[in-house]
Write a protein that binds this ligand. Structure first.
Ligand code: TYD
Length: 215
């Protein structure tokens, strides 16, 4: 987690912006860009991620990314890490008036554990209601890209792959599909970004959306 501090005092509740997409869609550098944009406007920005974002959450992340487990255990641990993250980081930050920029949130559980793993999404709706029924992101960017292109990008990085990245192509096709369905259900909140274009074009689209919708 990183914090970009500014001296301006914030009295209003902060906003919560999340970034989603299949592995290799290229959201990381844009998350840094949005945090910098907000900080340049005098806002205090908390930059965080899921699974993770707290000491306990980061331990759970390590397990989730590398240990084989029952598929429902995986889904429950995602929500357990999220509960901790909300309690320790996200809710206090928003209440202080800070903004939160988060790499993945519950849409990822619908996409990966629902679409990818094939678990029942109705159960996620119950868990979502339990864990953050009162809170949804104000804005979500969904980086959309054909899995074949995303796979090439990951392969070009030449690093060790985690359990999700190691999944077969059809897993990522299902994850992408579930993300797009989720975007159709919440078109006001989830902005689909075509991630198969220049970094500059993507940056411009994201900045314009943040400025228009949030600032
Ligand atoms: P990510 O943060 O994209 O990792 P990195 O950018 O370091 O590669 O993703 C962590 C992985 O966790 C990713 O493959 C998606 C997965 N994930 C889920 O399956 N369900 C969830 O609810 C979340 C938050 C992540």
């Amino acid at each position: 987690m990183s914090v970009e501090k500014n001296n301006a005092s914030n009295t209003k509740r902060g906003k919560f912006i999340t970034f989603e997409g299949i592995d290799g869609a290229g959201k990381s550098s844009h998350i840094v860009g949005v945090a910098a944009l907000l900080a340049s406007r005098g806002l205090t920005v908390i930059s965080t991620r899921e699974p993770g974002g707290t000491p306990l959450g980061e331990k759970l992340r390590e397990l989730l990314l590398h240990e084989i487990m029952h598929l429902e255990t995986e889904a429950l641990l995602m929500f357990a890490a999220r509960r901790e993250h909300l309690a320790q980081v996200i809710e206090p930050a928003l209440a202080r008036g800070d903004w939160v920029v988060c790499d993945r949130f519950s849409d990822a559980t619908y996409a990966y554990q629902g679409g990818g793993r094939g678990l029942d999404k109705i159960k996620f709706a119950e868990l979502e209601q339990w864990v953050h029924g009162h809170l949804q992101p104000d804005l979500t960017f969904l980086f959309d890209l054909p899995p074949a292109i995303a796979g090439e990008r990951i392969a070009a990085q030449g690093r060790t792959l985690d359990r999700f990245e190691q999944e077969h192509a059809d897993f990522h096709v299902r994850v992408r599909q579930a993300y797009l369905e989720r975007a159709e259900q919440a078109p006001q909140r989830i902005i689909v970004i075509n991630a198969d274009q220049t970094l500059e074009n993507i940056k411009n689209k994201i900045e314009l959306t943040v400025i228009t919708n949030c600032l």
